[in-house]
Structure formats: C-alpha cells, structure tokens
Design a binder for this molecule. Structure first.
Ligand code: GDP
Ligand code: CA
Length: 314
C-alpha cells in the first residue's frame, strides 16, 4: 500500500466503474478502496460480499460488463441443482462466483478476518489496488418498509427494490471498528474520493462506522465526492426513489447535504449545472462535468475531473 494513498470510498457497480477510470489516471498501487459490507449476505451459509466482489471482478477483468456484477459468462448449474433439490435459492450465484464464496467462507470459518481474506482473494485474482472492507465486524443494512424491517438483500434482490423505503439503519455499526488499514488510509491520504455510489446504502454504511466518520470529518486531505444522481435520476438502482422517500432531495444538492462536513468538493453532471450554486451554498465547491460513465473513456474522464479537483496532477 502506498504511504500517502488516494483513498476511495466505494459501493458496487457505480464505485467499480469509477475506479476503472481512477486506475487509468493514477497508478493502481497508489489507490486504496474502502468498500461497503452492509450488503453482505449468507445465502446457503456462503459469505457473499457483493460490493467488494463487484470491485474485485471489475478491476481484474472478470466482471459481467452488461449486468455490472457477477462473472462474465458464468453458468448457474449449482444453483439450478440446488433448486431442483428443494433449496429456496433466490439469491443468484454463478458457478465460478460460488468458487470465490467457498474460498472466502472457508477462511472466515477458520477465523480469518474479512480484510485478510479479501486481500488474499485480491492477490490471487491479480488486483493491483488495495481493497479494504470498511470493517471486519458484522455490519448489515436493514431496510424499513410499510411491512416492517427487512434485511438489505431481501429488499434489493428478493423483492426487487419495489418497496417504499421508510428507514435505513446499519445493524452493528455502533460497535464496528475500521478494518486494519482503513484509518491510516483516510488519515494519511493525499486525497479522498467518494465514488458515484448510492449515498444511502453504499456510502452511509461505511460512514456509519463511528471511527471512519470521525476520521473523515477530521481529514487533512481534500475530499471530493461524485454525484450518482443526474437530472433527478439514479443511473441504476433505487437511489433516487430512496432519497425522496426518506425526505432528501433526489439531486446533487440532496447528495451534497448528505456529505456536508465530509466532502469539500462535489462533482456534478452538466445536466444539473443550475444546481451548482446550491451545492456551493452548502459549503462545497461544485465542479460541473459530464459524469455519465458510458464507456472506458468517459470513466477515465470523470476520474480525471475528480482527481483534478483534489489537486492530484496526472
Ligand atoms: P451498487 O452497490 O452496485 O448499487 O453500486 P453503487 O452504489 O456503487 O452505485 C450505484 C449508483 O451508481 C447509482 O446511484 C447510480 O446512479 C450511480 N451510477 C451508475 N452509473 C453512473 C454513471 O455513469 N455516472 C454517475 N454519476 N453515477 C452512476
Ligand atoms: Ca451494493
């Protein structure tokens, strides 16, 4: 790990695509990713870390680019067989993907912390950047709906994020400690970037670890956030609906309000240029660029804009 890294807080697909751009602009060895574990789930006793895996697969070329998650060309014979034999297999797991979950679960059962397992999986897959789970402790996103609270993947996958979200909480966060390396990565960073990930379910679970939030609030490095909301919409997933149902504005201004005190700059899309003044009223510099990561060139352009705003010359 670089002793003065560029530290990126990231969720799954939006975070991983942004990171593909980041490693085109700065050496991957300089980048530390602090990843979300609030989505983690244990289908059939296997420990799955969807957001860490999306980063892992995307940055090592294994990703299914069309879906944005999972292994390209993966089959689902194991899952089909499980279903045939009566398993309630609602969480999709590809065959190769299951291989990774077997390796992870075995190591966790032996008592290895998630951060150590993640580092080994990353090394075996040839990941060039450092990927740290926010915490090794158990932290789970719990979604409130009209029918009561449900765990994150029940909300997201099983019920297709169709419920109106009335609350979000992060079970275990209060007592969770940052995984080894996370505090240092924030404290010693040259720059901190919050990827265009869902602020409420990808970034907030990271910030819910008290020592992480405190370290970010006390940062000496500049922190640049990138808005995942463009023209009132999320580019994928339920971010916009969720922001609205929880009383936030589904706009870069709403995102800026969530990151107030934690970010110094917000990168927002040119379609939202008229909101720059409102972002600046919240105490953040607004940088207006094309933030749509339609292809590799666009991902690199967006990463360059964010890193430029952080004063990283590349
Ligand atoms: P997840 O954990 O897989 O849901 O992924 P993230 O939380 O990292 O990313 C989801 C967020 O990425 C959504 O809120 C999207 O709006 C945002 N997103 C996806 N593609 C783009 C893009 O091209 N540009 C921007 N600005 N945001 C994007
Ligand atoms: Ca996620």
């Amino acid at each position: 790990m670089h002793d003065s890294p560029i530290t990126v807080l990231a969720g799954g697909v939006g975070g991983a695509r942004f990171l593909q751009g980041v490693v085109e602009v700065v050496p991957a060895a300089d980048v530390v990713v602090v990843g979300n574990v609030g989505d983690d789930v244990e289908p059939h006793g296997l420990h799955v870390s969807p957001d860490l895996d999306t980063v892992l697969y995307t940055l090592t070329g294994w990703i299914d680019e069309d879906k944005g998650w999972g292994v390209r060309g993966d089959s689902d014979r194991a899952l089909e067989q499980a279903r045939t034999l009566g398993a309630d297999a609602w969480f999709w797991l590809g065959d190769l993907d299951i291989g990774l979950h077997l390796a992870r679960t075995e190591a966790l059962r032996r008592g290895e912390p998630l951060s150590a397992v993640t580092a080994r999986l990353a090394q075996r897959l040839g990941l060039d950047l450092t990927l740290l789970p926010a915490t090794d402790d158990r932290l789970r996103t719990i979604i409130g709906t009209a029918q009561g609270e449900i765990d994150f993947q029940t909300y997201y996958v099983r019920r297709g994020h169709a419920d109106v979200v009335t609350s979000i909480r992060f079970d275990g966060a209060e007592t969770a400690r940052p995984a080894p390396g996370v505090t240092e990565a924030l404290r010693d960073a040259r720059a901190i970037v919050i990827a265009p990930s869902n602020p409420l379910i990808s970034i907030s679970p990271i910030l819910a670890v008290p020592a992480i939030r405190e370290q970010l609030a006390a940062r000496t490095a500049i922190c640049v956030a990138v808005s995942p909301i463009v023209a009132g919409r999320a580019l994928r997933g339920p971010a916009a609906a969720m922001l609205e149902s929880l009383g936030h504005e589904a706009s870069p201004a709403g995102v800026a309000a969530i990151y107030q005190g934690l970010a110094d700059v917000l990168v927002l899309d040119e379609q939202d240029a008229e909101l720059a003044a409102r972002v600046e009223q919240l105490g953040m510099r607004a940088v207006v660029v094309d933030t749509i990561m339609r292809d590799a060139a666009a991902r690199e352009r967006l990463a360059r804009a964010a890193l430029d705003a952080a004063g990283i010359a590349a």
